[in-house]
Design a protein around this ligand. Structure first.
Ligand SMILES: Nc1ncnc2c1ncn2[C@@H]1O[C@H](COP(=O)(O)OP(=O)(O)OP(=O)(O)O)[C@@H](O)[C@H]1O
Length: 579
């Protein structure tokens, strides 16, 4: 089979690592039980024919040996099937967990710069549906094909030992069933299978969008258009499924035809050999049954090969994803993180594609440890790009960026990120309990540390009002919290993480003026003793956090000025005065 047909699947095999041992054990047990089934049929046929012949001729027959063999094969087949289930169940679970962990390990360094181009639906589809398909490759494709390829030569060898023309006949028909038919099926099923895998993600995205945007669509009367698109995609998928089913059925109906032809041919050849005294009557029966049993093993191949195209497409999509290079690579020997992360940018340039305009076009900025600077500017000025460069999510191309007196490129990206706490407008809250959401920032935080952070973020009252306190489930995206409360959770996280640099990206955007005002104390407490980099369109209402302001325009810093200090009672001050 050509490399383009097997390539992604071969790579998938290599990814499985030590789990391959379980898969090979599964194949071995399946092979044993399959061979036991074939032998059972052949020996039983031989035995019954011999008994009939002995009855007719009055000859003496040793039936102890065949009877014992039949019993042994029956036990081996039944026991084998049972063990096969157990081993293959274990192997499938191991394959799935190995694949998911492998995929997550490779995806994490790519986020967000390299995974952002995929919609969440597409990413989810690759993580779920494509990996599920690969998991089924083992049971649905691997086992049937490998067992058929290993069992067939053994059947042929036994046939050849009795009558080589019968073995040749079976081999020719088996080649048609095991090589030509699969080739035809793979070629014919490739286009619909690949389209099916691709459209699955599109369908998921459409349905997700329809559900999330249902109110908007209804309001503007646009739901019919969306529904029509979903219907069209569903119909196309149904048609492809029907095409694949028809192909599989056509393939499957050919196998019994070939089996019958082999049985008839074997009978003719066997009868001729029996007449010439080269073969006994019961041997002919055994050969016919051996041929039929061999074709039973081949009968599952059409299904396996029609699945091949979709599985190969799924493997290709998964590899496509993980083969993306991380946007920023770690150095081979990262430097030790500095004790004091002073930041200095000189002529830093950044763009998102080779032919894209510069998002940062020669930025000079000094941020010694403890400085408190606001970066302002209109939409598209380059504020978020500055943050992305600092967080090492995006590489910068020109100039230099120093971190604690050394080039930032000398440090591992994770070490740089570990020094920065981020509070942004859209902090992600997980569909989990409040305490789990807080522990994201510090998995080993003690209860006392969590309570202190919650207190400083002025979230205590909210926690007390929640039905299960810290164990309250927050819902998808923190749906059960108000915007202000969600922002306080983000602040509590940043307090727990306790990092020297604080990056605030529009920390009060989207909140009403009163809620934004009520966050002042918590934000002021969070900012205490750290470098503060505040990214905002408007400094109004946030100037208490900074003492300097730089203004950006088209990727450059065009103004750098002091901000009159505004003092805000920090959370700790407030609490000390009220107690
Ligand atoms: N992920 C991205 N891919 C391609 N271009 C991008 C990306 N992010 C930003 N840009 C482009 O880079 C330029 C600077 O955008 P950036 O988001 O840094 O500005 P901003 O000042 O943060 O704007 P806003 O306040 O609206 O977030 C813009 O032209 C923008 O279109």
């Amino acid at each position: 089979m050509s490399a383009s047909v097997t390539g992604p699947l071969r790579r998938f095999w290599r990814v499985l690592g030590s789990q391959r041992r379980w898969m090979m054990l599964g194949v071995l047990v399946s092979l044993i039980s399959t061979l036991a089934g074939i032998a059972l049929m052949a020996i039983a046929g031989h035995f019954i024919a011999s008994m009939a012949l002995a009855g007719a001729t009055g000859a003496v027959l040793n039936y102890y040996t065949p009877a014992a063999l039949i019993r042994a094969m029956a036990l081996l087949r039944t026991g084998g099937r049972y063990v096969e289930r157990l081993v293959n169940h274990e192997a499938t679970l191991r394959v799935l967990s190995r694949l998911r962990l492998w995929l997550f390990d490779r995806l994490l360094p790519l986020a967000p710069a390299r995974t952002g181009f995929l919609g969440s639906a597409d990413l989810f589809s690759r993580l779920r549906a494509d990996v599920d398909r690969l998991e089924h490759a083992y049971l649905g494709i691997g086992i049937p094909i490998v067992v058929a390829l290993l069992a067939l030569p053994l059947v042929l060898a036994v046939q050849a030992a009795y009558a080589w023309p019968v073995a040749v006949l079976t081999a020719v028909a088996a080649t048609a069933a095991a090589v030509l038919l699969p080739r035809w099926l793979i070629v014919r099923s490739r286009a619909p299978s690949e389209a099916m895998v691709r459209d699955e993600a599109a369908l998921r995205a459409e349905v997700g969008d329809l559900v999330r945007g249902a109110a908007e669509l209804r309001l503007y009367g646009a739901d019919a258009v969306r529904e029509a698109r979903i219907h069209a995609l569903t119909d196309a998928q149904q048609m492809r499924l029907a095409r694949l089913d028809a192909l599989q059925e056509r393939g499957q109906s050919l196998i019994p035809l070939l089996a019958q032809a082999v049985a008839a041919g074997t009978l003719l050849l066997g009868a001729a050999a029996a007449r010439a005294d080269r073969l006994a009557g019961p041997d002919v029966v055994m050969l016919v049954l051996l041929g039929l049993a061999a074709f039973e093993v081949l009968a599952v191949l059409p299904e396996a090969f029609t699945r091949w195209g979709a599985t190969r497409a799924a493997a290709a999509r998964v590899f496509d994803l993980v083969d993306a290079e991380p946007a920023v690579e770690d150095p081979a020997a990262p430097a030790e993180p500095p004790s004091q992360p002073d930041i200095s940018l000189r002529g830093v340039r950044l763009r998102y594609a080779e032919d894209a305009p510069w998002a940062l076009d020669g930025v000079d900025l000094e941020l010694p440890f403890g400085s408190r600077v606001a970066v302002t500017g209109a939409s598209g000025a380059g504020k978020s790009s500055l943050a992305a460069a600092l967080l090492r999510f995006q590489p910068f191309e020109g100039g230099r960026m120093m971190w604690g007196g050394r080039s930032i490129t000398d440090y591992a990206t994770d070490d740089v990120r570990a020094a920065i706490a981020v509070v942004e407008q859209r902090t992600h809250l997980f569909d989990a309990t409040l305490i789990e959401n807080l522990r994201v920032a510090r998995p080993d935080a003690t209860r006392a540390q969590i309570e202190a952070a919650v207190h400083a973020a002025q979230l205590s009252e909210c926690v007390a009002a929640l039905p299960d306190g810290y164990d309250t489930w927050l819902g998808e995206g923190g749906a059960h919290l108000s915007g202000g409360e969600a922002r306080r959770v983000a602040i509590a996280r940043a307090l727990l993480a306790d990092r020297p640099i604080l990056l605030l990206d529009e920390p009060t955007e989207g909140l009403d003026a009163a809620t934004a005002q009520s966050l002042m104390g918590a934000l002021a407490t969070l900012a205490e003793g750290r470098t503060v980099l505040l990214i905002t369109h408007r400094l109004e209402g946030l100037s208490y956090l900074v003492d300097r302001r730089v203004r950006m325009e088209r990727g450059r810093i065009v103004a750098d000025e002091a901000v009159a200090s505004v003092s805000v009672a920090s959370c700790s001050d407030r609490f000390s005065t009220t107690h």
